[in-house]
Ligand binder design. Structure first.
Ligand code: NI
Length: 257
């Protein structure tokens, strides 16, 4: 049973065939999907996905690029959403994005810290989005003692050395479609280096489809292509990657059903 640890099925890219696609997931071997909320709108949509599909779970958080919209009133709304469903298993996606660099770094940092504090209060793991911001992300996670509740560095894009620091902090490494790209030597090295019991697999769909679907709309049905590449670089079986990454996710997100 495959555990998809990061998807965006609330995205408009799925508007034309969402129900048909999601209903086909169990026959594609996908047993669990964690839909990552990234804005207030996407959190509301994730609610209805969790209600309609037994295998969909949710993470609630405001993506760094959307933090300009946050204020005390909205943050209170965000906090209250966690009480509304037992299927909300993480805070995320939250973090720092210095690639788009919008809003300014100070605003991103303020709301990253506030949402990490919330994870501490709720005792939930975090899903961290970090792009071109390795040092500040690590410094913030350390200062907040994020290792106490743990989490995953989603769509990991840094070096083996940064992966080592994340692992030391009790974090998991989320590996997505990029690992299948020919020029992704750095991520293949990270996949080889990271112990299997600390890897989660993810698509970040509709983005970042793996080879041979690169450039097309991504879906969780392509997770086998990602797992196959991880198996190849680690020299282990495909089945082992599928089984162990699912166990890792169930444990991290404390899902018992
Ligand atoms: Ni995402």
């Amino acid at each position: 049973m495959i555990f998809e640890s990061h998807a965006h099925y609330d995205d408009k890219a799925f508007d034309s065939d969402r129900d048909k696609l999601l209903k086909s997931m169990p026959e594609n071997g996908v047993g669990y999907i964690l839909n990552a909320g990234s804005s207030m709108k996407s959190i509301s949509k994730t609610f209805s996905l969790m209600e309609n599909y037994p295998f969909i779970y949710g993470a609630f958080g405001i993506h760094p690029s959307d933090t300009a919209k946050l204020n005390e009133e909205n943050f209170k709304w965000l906090k209250n959403q966690f009480k509304a469903s037992e299927k909300v298993v993480a805070v995320g996606e939250i973090g720092l994005d210095y690639y788009w660099d919008d809003p300014d770094r100070e605003t991103q940092k303020i709301w990253f810290v506030r949402q990490l504090e919330l994870a501490g209060v709720l005792n939930l793991p975090v899903i961290v989005h970090s792009r071109e911001a390795a040092k500040d992300t690590l410094d913030t996670l350390r200062a907040q003692k994020a290792g106490q509740y743990g989490g995953v560095m989603h769509c990991f894009s840094y070096t083996k050395e940064t992966a080592r620091e994340c692992l030391k902090m009790n974090f998991h490494i989320g590996i997505g479609g990029v690992v299948t790209f020919k020029n992704a030597q750095k991520l293949k090295e990270v996949a080889a280096y990271t112990p299997l019991d600390r890897i989660l697999i993810e698509t970040d769909c509709p983005y970042l489809a793996p080879v041979p679907f690169r450039g097309k709309r991504n879906t969780s049905a392509y997770l086998p292509n990602i797992a196959e590449e991880i198996a190849k670089v680690k020299g282990i079986s495909y089945e082992e990657v599928i089984q162990k990454t699912a166990e890792n996710a169930l444990k991290l997100f404390k899902i018992t059903i």
